[in-house]
Design a protein. Sequence first.
Length: 535
Amino acid sequence: MSADTKVSFSEQDRRQMAELGLGEDEVRRQIALFADPPPPLRLDRPATLGDGIGTIDRSDRLRLEVAWAELSSSGRIVKFVPASGAASRMVRQLEAIHHGDEADRASLERRAADGDEAAERALTFLDRLERFAFFEDLDAALAAAGEDLGALRREGRIEPILDHLLTDAGGHGLSYATLPKGLVPFHRYPGERRTAFEEHLVEAVGMLRDEEGVCRLHFTVAPPNREDFERRLAEVRRRYEERYECTFEVDFSHQSHATDTLAVDLDDQPFRLADGSLLFRPGGHGALLGNLAELDAEVAIIKNIDNVVPEKHQELVLLWKRLLLGHLQELRDRTFDLLARLESTGGDDADLLADAAALAAELGHPMPAAVAAGSAAARRNWLIDRLDRPLRVCGVVENSGEPGGGPFWVRGEDGSESLQIVEKHQIDLADEDQAALLDAATHFNPVDVVGSLTDRSGTPYDLARFVDPNAVFIARKFHQGREIKALERPGLWNGAMAGWNTVFIAVPLATFAPVKTIFDLLRNAHQTGVPPQGR
């Protein structure tokens, strides 16, 4: 008997599920996944240049930019930015100092001399503070509380500085430990400082402004922060629209509670809170697939909130985004043309079948030998199934040790091959051969994705059809001092898009500039050279 059949739910439990939009069958399916996890993904080999990863030659750029211009001018593109992440992870290294016993400069220097990395980081923060775009805000916050930032730095008193950076500090602080990452000032310009959210607006102008000057963006945000984003948009919209001669159409959504997942205890039984209610948790970024599916767009640019650079560094980023979009448009045209011809014939045209098979292979679905050996009708049906899918073109960069997924050829249970973005947790790391394949990856996925969401008639695809339901992630976590098992849905750009047609294109590493910690803002890619303005 499987674990889920042993569980009894009360009427109160069912009401709780209904309020979230979850059915009991779905909750029981989740419990069964804890008790009997699906098998790990099987890597066949890393995708490499010439074997799953393509390149764009300089001779192709003009043609692809023309294709991009046609696509962008039509107004069919939306930039989709997951932006619900808090800045808490970004400032975690500073929080470790903030809650420590010794936060004065002398103590930090002693600890740094002994090799304490956290103390070294704190000293770097103090010494280079004016290079952060939030320097003026922090200076003003301390001044409002009767403190002088310059004196605090000279005296090595870091505790009041961190208090006003990370917390509310009695109404004077910046509260960065709870602020959304998208609303943290990333870059300094003459007379203004831009948050990551604002940089995405500016970047969109060079990516997707249509012939009417409209730029369409969609941000997924945490419900408590929606008003904060809307307020910031209202503050800056007119300035940027006048400066860049455009109109921003910006929508916001949040992760649906219907995508939450049930937590269980270590015996795979539902975890209950002190009041007897069930513990449901957000299902990870894969839960945003529904938000993506609801976009009113044919093409989506998917990019993380923290991967933006100052305007002076955007030229290369914009060039490669245009090239990826142009490549996507060309692949869309070829796919739609071949599908129309395949669907209008009986499948006896050998040249047509060969062309369609070559395109399927280019899109990450080589025809299996068994299908190739079958009848023309069988090959035609297989090709229609493989080509009539959402399509994504993913920029990949040379592996630089950043955490995240990479491009791989994956072997299915039926022996078929496909191109996938694979995260470490999807692999059986105890299998030495699989671990070695993972380590052999030459490239990394920086969440640089452009995707086609509609079929050749313009009808949106049912994106849920193309999810690998086995690509879930089970993690051990703690809640209220008790250990639990938590379930994440298939990740947005790995398991949730496992059935998409996929093309990987090598792009320059300089197009990738994530801000995972606050110290990443000190990298040259995020520095503008504009000095801070004093009070």
